[in-house]
Design a protein around this ligand. Structure first.
Ligand code: 6PG
Length: 466
């Protein structure tokens, strides 16, 4: 019984994480429900073999780990986590720690902590298989005492930004999974904005896939430098193995999703924290799946996207810069709302720092975001000096992109909603006076008068009363 840590679930992410842990010098005991998977993992461990103890039963797994134990769960989110916890807890000592490193819904994590079956942490891990294997970004939830028990392992396996590990404690209970959820929401919006620009380059400018790849490659050397722009370039250059055609042209344009973006959109509504670019991205994925209806729509109304050349590439790039800043601003504002609503103290600047490497939304911009949030953690990023300057400089480009796209039949839901958010957020006197008057008219809901008096009513109130 001398393994430093245990891990259950040797799927793609679990296997990669286990190898990462072993490689960093920690002895690890591993278990998978299908025993052959465990055997194969151990057999293929190569140099890491001596650090890995394959267990064929949960009892063997538990017996192989040093006390007090720490066991990582890497099983699919939802019921499988509860089932695994139920199977595991009877075998554990009171102070043994279970760490759920899957993409759990933070409400489930909160519930599991409240159930009090024993020490429990919910930890968000980002970076896909590559990240899990060589350095993910790690957003931990739990008490400082529990974090202290596994911090050495987590810091060792995490991605490093100039030596600084991209792993930190976010707060208690579901805080880690909440931050991971918002990370994924930003991921959805960022991906959608890139896809919208890709559509303009392809159908508006008539570029072929390689030319589009070149555009993304070039942008990846500028302010947009990020993992998602980088892989978009690589994706555009890729060829289908069978047909040798550009791979993109061979992929059905219906986006999948496992739910984290949807959770972000739903939770943002509960927090009254507007994240319209993220919502638009979720809606766009849902719409993309309606293949038959879209084909019918094209027959009924004619195809939407037209060729046009009234938008140069620099304007597109600058518009995307504005869009990207706004989607991160919305995500960070949602994190601020959670700090307020849940009594957390989410480390805003630190979150930007641990997103600089390892995770899917890593980008050069995060460095400046960390600095901007450092002094003023609760402020909307769009108001910080650095990003206000960028938005002043680029919002007209975003406006051009959205306007030209609309005029030529290109749907740009995420970019458009980013722009609408920007404009709404700089309109001191908006139009909700009309909403309030309407509400009062039909339901006597009352409004606040500009003279400061609350619970005021329009002249219709008297008529209703008599
Ligand atoms: C990450 C990713 C990862 C996964 C998402 C994809 O941070 O490593 O976000 O968690 O790729 O689950 O989500 P969808 O399947 O919903 O696109």
């Amino acid at each position: 019984a001398d393994a430093r840590i245990g891990l259950i679930g040797l799927g793609t992410m679990g296997a990669a994480l286990a190898s990462n842990i072993a490689e960093k010098g920690f002895d690890i005991a591993v278990f998978n429900r299908t025993t052959q998977v465990t055997r194969d993992f151990a057999a293929e461990a190569g140099d890491l073999g001596p650090r890995i103890t394959p267990a064929e039963t949960l009892e063997d797994l538990v017996a192989a780990i040093a006390r007090p134990r720490a066991i990582i769960l890497m099983v699919p989110a939802g019921d499988p986590v509860d089932q695994q916890i139920a199977a595991l807890t009877p075998l554990l000592d009171d102070d043994d720690l279970i760490i759920d490193c899957g993409n759990a819904n933070f409400h489930d994590t909160d519930r599991r902590v409240a159930e009090g079956f024993g020490p429990f942490m919910g930890v968000g891990v980002s970076g896909g298989e590559e990240g899990a294997r060589h350095g993910p970004s790690i957003m931990a939830g739990g008490t400082p005492e529990l974090w202290a028990r596994v911090e050495d392992v987590m810091l060792a396996i995490a991605a490093k930004h100039e030596g600084d590990p991209c792993a930190a404690l976010m707060g208690p209970g579901g805080a880690g999974h909440f931050v991971k959820m918002v990370h994924n929401g930003i991921e959805y919006a960022d991906m959608q904005m890139i896809a919208e620009v890709y559509g303009i380059l392809r159908d508006g400018h008539g570029l072929d896939a390689d030319e589009i790849g070149d555009v993304f490659d070039a942008w990846n050397r500028g302010p947009l430098q990020s993992y998602l722009i980088e892989i978009s370039g690589k994706v555009a250059h890729a060829r289908d193995v069978a047909t040798r055609k550009p791979l993109l042209s061979q992929i059905v344009d219906a986006a999948g999703q496992k739910g984290t973006g949807r959770w972000t959109a739903i939770e943002s509504q509960h927090r009254l924290a507007p994240v319209p670019a993220i919502e638009a991205a979720v809606v766009a994925r849902n719409l993309s799946a309606r293949l038959e209806e879209r084909a019918r729509g094209q027959e009924v109304f004619g195809p939407a996207p037209q060729r046009f050349d009234t938008l140069d590439r620099e304007t597109l790039e600058r518009g995307l810069i504005a869009g990207k800043v706004l989607c991160y601003a919305q995500g960070f504002a949602m994190l601020s709302a959670a700090t307020r609503d849940f009594g957390w103290d989410l480390p805003m600047a630190r979150i930007a720092q641990i997103w600089r490497e390892g995770c899917i939304i890593r980008s050069t911009m995060l460095d400046a975001m960390a600095s901007a949030l450092d002094g003023e953690p609760g402020v909307n990023l769009m108001f910080t000096d650095h990003f206000a300057a960028i938005l002043r400089d680029t919002h007209d480009a975003l406006r051009q992109v959205v306007a030209q796209a609309a005029l030529h039949g290109h749907p740009t839901p995420a970019l458009s909603s980013g722009l609408a958010y920007f404009d709404a957020m700089r309109t001191a006197r908006g139009t909700a006076d009309m909403i309030q008057a309407q509400r009062d008219f039909f339901g006597l809901h009352g409004f606040v008068h500009v003279n400061g008096k609350a619970d005021q009513h329009g002249p219709w109130a008297k008529a209703a009363a008599t």
